[in-house]
Design a protein around this ligand. Sequence first.
Ligand SMILES: Cc1ncc(COP(=O)(O)O)c(C=O)c1O
Length: 399
Amino acid sequence: MEYLFANITKLFESSAVRDILKVVSQGDVISFAGGLPYDELFPVQAVEQAYRCVFESGKKSMQYGLTEGFIPLREKIAERMGQKGISVDVNNIMLTTGSQQVIDLFSRIMLNPGDTILTENPTYLAALQVFNSYEAKIVAVETDDEGMKQEDLENKIKQHQPKFVYVVPTFSNPAGRVWSLERRKHLVSLAKKYNVLILEDDPYGEIKFHPEETYTPLAALDDAGIVLYTSTFSKTVVPALRTGWVAGPLEVIRMMARSKQAADLHSSSLDQQALYYLLRDFDLDSHISNIRTEYHKRMQVMQGQLASVELPGLSYVSPKGGMFFWIKLHEKINTTLLFEEAVKKGVAYVPGAPFYVGKPEHNTMRLNFTHATPDKIRQGMQQLVEVVEHAYSALKVEQ
Ligand SMILES: Cc1ncc(COP(=O)(O)O)c(C=O)c1O
């Protein structure tokens, strides 16, 4: 049978990360590849108890629900967002199948083929996949450790008149970057000036290692209905619940709800109800505080291993939160080519190239520090350093 798929499917790329996860899950490999939380920290009993509450609440809980999602959970989310300085009404929140679905639905309602989106560089791979699948033109704005560079951002907005700017301003994936307040304010004011929407993707904002520091969400700076904010329970509760949300201007939320009706009517309301009971009965904030402590410790273990390595061109910034180290090596080193060797030696990472818009920097890699235990991190890093050192000597890298 010849399957005559639509032309658009030619634009669907398989995710490098998901392909790597398949390889890695098969063998005895220490994986720094996936963006996975640490299983042992999952609040299993609280989740179990929450589902029990759903089943005890009667048959109504099994019925079709609203496209926008279970109202009591949206109320809880509005309350939590309020604590972050984002004042939002329940009607301006829609529950989704992870924040990944927000990226998809928003793209679906905004993008005509050839429309431009501005992004950081490097940026979240699975967002690039979505934008490509809608035939968007993706333009990278020059980015440093503080966020998008102001001059380049304004120039590119003027030049391309983008439909929206996609950013992960707090503990980005893959770079672990945190935007400065100045750059946040600047982006919001430019968006307002040039009438451009912002998609603020914030899955990691709660995973901060210095809880006393505040990283003001762009949505908290928005007084003009230009920021669409998305976050998720994947990193703070469990990813298997596949529950995320979007908050933003009513008109946009309504249009997204229409497109969600076509996609799946609504996300699982059993899961949404369970999350509601979990938020009602379980101290999520102290759970998040445990996650922060544990991940901070693991980040420090990985940092300690990195600090003992001396290689020309090696650079990284220690993340203040989130789940990733972003490593740069000497420009002669190609981490995509090195990957197979690393897996043979029993360790996996994600090569940096697929995270780039345009010309990739092949000498980069992303390392996750949340999934492996501290002992495994030590062991895996030793193996990885051996592989990298071997590549340096094979390529005679000296300077
Ligand atoms: C930047 C970013 N956005 C969105 C997502 C999607 O998360 P989920 O669909 O599990 O909510 C992820 C997942 O790792 C991510 O790193």
